[in-house]
Design a protein. Structure first.
Length: 482
């Protein structure tokens, strides 16, 4: 019995797929398992995959970019139930080995949504109910050496299993940056070897799209519309579930088109982009330069980013300008846990070693940075511009090659992980995402903005002096004429 026959069989799952609202899902299942298609299913397949020729074999890896309420969780649960109950994995298992169907989500509560659907399907069909041996909050054990388990996003805890199916739920919202503890690409890479020795094993990633980054975006960019082994299916909410009212989606589209296009039309968001390219950042790095000593006749500026809570790092940057270039001289970061007072004392000593008695920072941490730096003989001045404005000032400096960065991999990773959000009018609304607690990068645009401000003030003063001098000359000439 194949998966479409199980849907059509009244003794199995026909009761749950009886109406036409599941037609798009039938077409997807036919494509996933390489089953013959009707002309209507072929048209649906071509519309949502960008391909022309129907598949002739089972796809062992698939990505579903489907809008909210499109039935992703139930669809994954049905596939998991079918693979767990209708396929015999025992020929591929060793003594005592168990075939694992792994349900992976950002947290256990989210993963339990799919598990509830799986358990409901198993209990609803008498022939499947008899296969269940044990049920816990996080696993369902079946009689023929199969277990369905909940897992969270982890490149460590997903290793060591014999995986026959991995269901990655809402993968677009998993961490994507390389400096994250559990980046999505590394989690996927940890799962794939566990499926290598199991013929017919499947990796299924499903999510409503988000930013144009991460494992889901990479799969979409590489495989959508191409006849290759990775099946990418992109469909709006109502294409997969016509029961969602169009008027409901229209209201959300009118309120926020960018967000609603991702949530309901399954379009990757164009208003959330990477702030700066890796190439631009790497071009600014001076290889082998990890710190510069203090130089004579150079005026240095310091910026610190105090933590607003116990989970954030505290960082310090010292920089100076040389002509129209900004040069980073020193970077410090202290990760939690740490004593704030001892870190402030350390940073104050570093600032004084560069002749700095005034350090800049933001308002986010409150009053304590001012008090503690004052105790150690350094004035803490709140920066006039917000971090988003400072980052916006930084971008042209990076792109024009007017910045010299220290050779610090953590700095490079944090800069490349910044995201740019665009407001409705098209302007930059914010630069967000403090990767790995805090970023070093705010310091040098502060130095640049401060230098430009000083130049502007100096220019205004010189203009005023010239005006006064011109007026004196005018009155002198008038007095001589009298």
């Amino acid at each position: 019995m194949n998966i479409l026959q199980a849907i059509a069989d009244p003794k199995v799952f026909a009761a749950y797929f009886r109406d036409s609202s599941w037609d798009a899902w039938r077409a997807f299942l036919a494509a996933l398992f390489g089953l013959p298609m009707t002309s209507e299913q072929l048209a649906i397949y071509q519309q949502h995959t960008g391909r022309t020729a129907p598949p002739t074999a089972t796809s062992h890896e698939a990505c579903l970019c489907i809008g909210r309420r499109g039935g992703k969780s139930f669809g994954l649960a049905y596939i998991a139930t079918f693979l767990a109950c209708f396929k015999d994995w025992r020929p591929f298992l060793g003594p005592g080995e168990v075939a694992t169907v792994m349900v992976i989500a950002a947290d256990r509560r989210q993963a339990r949504v799919i598990m509830r659907y799986v358990l409901g399907l198993l209990k609803a069909v008498p022939m499947l109910r008899r296969q269940v041996e044990n049920v816990t909050r996080e696993s369902i054990e079946l009689k023929h050496n199969v277990i369905i388990e909940i897992h969270t996003v982890s490149l460590r805890s997903t290793r060591g299993y014999s995986i026959v199916a991995a269901l990655c739920d809402e993968i677009a919202y998993w961490p994507t940056d390389e400096q994250s503890a559990e980046p999505d690409a590394e989690v996927i890479n940890a799962i794939k070897p566990a499926m290598a020795t199991v013929p017919g094993a499947m990796l299924l990633c499903a999510s409503s799209p988000h930013a144009r980054k991460g494992a889901l975006w990479d799969a979409y960019r590489k495989h959508f519309g191409k006849d290759d082994p990775v099946l990418v299916w992109q469909a709006a909410t109502r294409d997969m579930n016509p029961n969602v009212p169009q008027s409901y989606i229209d209201r959300h589209m009118a309120d926020d088109p960018a967000r609603a296009s991702a949530e309901y039309l399954a379009q990757f968001r164009s208003d959330i982009e990477g702030f700066v390219s890796l190439e631009a950042v790497e071009a600014a790095v001076v290889a082998g330069r990890y710190e510069l000593p203090r130089a004579a006749n150079v005026r240095y500026t310091g910026f610190t980013d105090p933590p607003g809570g116990s989970s954030d790092s505290m960082s310090l940057c010292v920089s100076h300008t040389q002509g129209d270039r900004v040069i980073v001289d020193c970077l410090r970061e202290r990760r939690p846990p740490f004593s704030p007072d001892s870190v402030v004392a350390e940073f104050a000593a570093t600032l004084k070693s560069y002749g700095i008695r005034r350090v800049y920072g933001d308002r986010f941490a409150g009053e304590w940075p001012r008090e503690r730096f004052r105790v150690h003989g350094v004035e803490y001045v709140v920066a006039v511009k917000s971090k988003s404005d400072l980052y916006c000032a930084l971008l042209p400096l990076l792109n024009s090659g007017r910045v010299e960065l220290l050779d610090n991999k953590r700095l490079v990773a944090q800069l490349c992980s910044l995201e740019r959000r665009v407001a409705r009018g098209g302007a930059t609304a914010s630069i967000i995402r403090k990767v790995c607690t805090t970023t070093f990068a705010t310091a040098w645009p502060v130095r640049w903005c401060w230098r430009r401000r000083q130049q502007r003030i100096r220019s205004e003063v010189l203009s005023s002096v010239r005006c006064v001098q011109n007026e004196r000359c005018y009155f002198r000439s008038m007095s001589r004429g009298w």
